[in-house]
Design a binder for this molecule. Structure first.
Ligand SMILES: C[S@@+](CC[C@H](N)C(=O)[O-])C[C@H]1O[C@@H](n2cnc3c(N)ncnc32)[C@H](O)[C@@H]1O
Length: 311
């Protein structure tokens, strides 16, 4: 390796090992309510205005700390900076939201905040420290190696985590639902009843029932998840799956890396469940092993696809 290659290799390592700092800083901003504070301000918010809206003791030199946190999050694209005229008629820089941080506003039904807080919760985060121990053991998952029980059992026993996880699923499903009902209407045509398997707290089923009142919707999930829901079980003959079909894709957009997102989810499944994300040939085998004759994949939602499976 020459000197340039050496420096590049080191930068590559550093950028990856420090990349955990991005989500942890974002989590801090969400916990402090920074997106909502900037939104309520109604115009670009200067550093001193933001600092005085935050409950940080003066002894901590909040201007300096908040500046460093925000500089980092501006660089990551979660906030942006715009010029604004302040009371003294001077021109200053103020923080504004970006499309990403608009998804963290408390009154946004599509808020991604529950997802961030769930994925970065210490209970879900700690198992990443035991992956190599788990690989050399008989345990089903790193989550089990860390907590001594499976993820779903843990969620049942710890209502705080259960709520956090179910809320994060529901907020994501609200987003998926909008696209499904908008772009995939024809999938629901001719259906009289529908069962949402592993339908969580029923977000998708409720939205389908609202959009297609003639369809009788039922949610099947673990007892503690559906405890507050009502419904009955029905038989059906059409299988619709909304999930990832892992595929390496060419992509020029620097911020949108669907293949990387799919690999993140696959690793997450390995650590939490024991689950996985599948490539098309793996889906095909699963369907034929289960006795289905055919399937059709329609990529529609960024990293996810709608898969129709026929008997
Ligand atoms: C990725 S989440 C799906 C979220 C759901 N679609 C929503 O909109 O909230 C997986 C779901 O599978 C459920 N689940 C796990 N094991 C299950 C089982 N054995 N039977 C039924 N549901 C199960 C979990 O409770 C969880 O709600």
């Amino acid at each position: 390796m020459n000197a340039t290659e050496l420096v590049k290799a080191q930068a590559h390592i550093w950028n990856h090992i420090f990349s955990f700092i991005t989500p942890m800083s974002l989590r801090c901003a969400i916990q402090l309510g920074i997106p909502d504070i900037i939104h309520s301000h109604g115009k670009p918010m200067t550093l001193s205005q933001l600092t005085s809206a935050l409950p940080i003791p003066h002894t901590k030199n909040p201007n300096c700390l908040v500046h460093r946190l925000m500089r980092f999050l501006v660089n990551s694209g979660f906030f942006a900076v715009q010029e604004v005229v302040v009371d003294t008629d001077e021109l200053r820089e103020g923080y504004v939201l970006t499309n990403s941080s608009k998804l963290f506003l408390g009154d946004n039904p599509l808020s991604a905040a529950p997802f961030v807080l769930a994925i970065l919760d210490p209970v879900i985060n700690q198992p990443w420290h035991t992956v190599s121990t788990w690989l050399q053991s008989e345990d089903p998952t790193p989550f089990f190696t860390t907590h001594g029980m499976e993820f779903w059992a843990y969620s049942e026993n710890d209502p705080r985590l259960g709520r956090l996880f179910n809320d994060s699923m529901a907020s994501d499903t609200r987003l998926v639902t909008i696209v499904v009902i908008d772009k995939c209407k024809s999938v629901f045509e001719g259906l009289e009843s529908l069962v949402d398997l592993a339908g969580g707290t029923g977000t998708m089923a409720k939205a389908i029932a609202d959009a297609f009142p003639h369809i009788e919707c039922t949610v099947v999930d673990l007892p503690h998840v559906v405890a507050d829901s009502q419904g009955s079980n029905q038989k059906g003959n059409k299988l619709i799956i909304i999930d990832m079909v892992v595929e390496e894709q060419k992509n020029d957009d620097h911020d949108y890396k669907p293949y990387e997102t799919q690999l993140f989810f696959d690793m997450m499944m390995m650590v939490l469940c024991p689950g996985r994300e599948r490539e098309e040939k793996e889906w095909a085998k699963l369907f034929s092993d289960a006795g289905f004759s055919n399937y059709k994949i329609s990529p529609f939602l960024g990293v996810r696809s709608l898969i129709k499976v026929f008997p």
